[in-house]
Design a binder for this molecule. Structure first.
Ligand SMILES: [Zn+2]
Length: 234
């Protein structure tokens, strides 16, 4: 008899040497969307499992995501769970502040510095075109961090071959004119933005939310559910 292990949570190990843990939840963890038709107690229960059981976070910040470029800085003077209005990015300079974004095809961006400063961003095509990653890197640089010392990880998201966009969207993302719908790799564009800003260590997940939609929720695959990407410096 064989048993199939169902993974509800996948660790992201690129920040371990900084004393920083990061994870992405899978479909088996359940949806973390507050906008579906699931019961509130089920969804909040999953958030509590992530915040308290997995991250063990004294402070935990999330946001109502609006495909914008606002990055909120969270100091270490509070405790509990903060849900910010209209913010797709979070930056925490102090250890002990967990951050999370929710995605289903959009790119979850996780950033850490050896000091324990961390950031989490949600970037779909709008956020990528409008520069949420550049915005976050500016916030971190203005707070005194050297961008050369950062590590940036681009988590599970829709892959290039799966992501066809209109000529209008393609032009906003690349500055190039095309005649017909064309595929675009958001993670490759974001990696280029990070490198151009001076980040040396950029890693990209191989996972596609659409190709691998038995493991991950996919908006283009018809899901209303969302997975979370979360990070905390211990
Ligand atoms: Zn794919």
């Amino acid at each position: 008899m064989t048993t199939t292990a169902v993974t509800t949570l996948e660790p992201i190990d690129v920040f371990t040497s900084f004393g920083v843990r990061a994870y992405v939840t899978t479909r088996a963890f359940g949806s973390l969307s507050t906008q579906g038709d699931e019961s509130v107690s089920d969804v909040i229960g999953r958030w509590d499992a992530l915040r308290l059981g997995v991250l063990r976070a004294p402070r935990f910040a999330t946001g109502r995501q609006v495909h914008g470029t606002r990055v909120v800085m969270h100091d270490g003077s509070w405790s509990g769970w903060l849900r910010v209005d209209d913010a797709d990015g979070h930056y925490a300079p102090d250890r002990g502040t967990g951050l999370a974004v929710t995605v289903a095809d959009c790119v979850p961006i996780l950033i850490a510095h050896p000091s324990g400063a961390v950031a989490a961003l949600h970037a779909g095509w709008r956020g990528t075109a409008a520069g949420i990653l550049r915005r976050a890197l500016t916030v971190m640089a203005e707070d005194g961090l050297s961008l050369k010392e950062l590590r940036v990880h681009l988590g599970p998201a829709i892959c290039g071959p799966c992501y066809e966009v209109s000529p209008e969207v393609y032009a906003q993302l690349t500055g190039k004119i095309v005649e017909r719908p064309t595929t675009v790799d958001l993670r490759a564009l974001l990696a280029g933005q990070a490198s151009a800003a001076g980040v040396r260590a950029v890693t990209l997940s191989d996972d596609c939310s659409r190709c691998d939609d038995d493991r991950f929720f996919s908006h283009r695959g018809g899901d209303t559910g969302r997975q979370a990407a979360a990070i905390i410096a211990d």
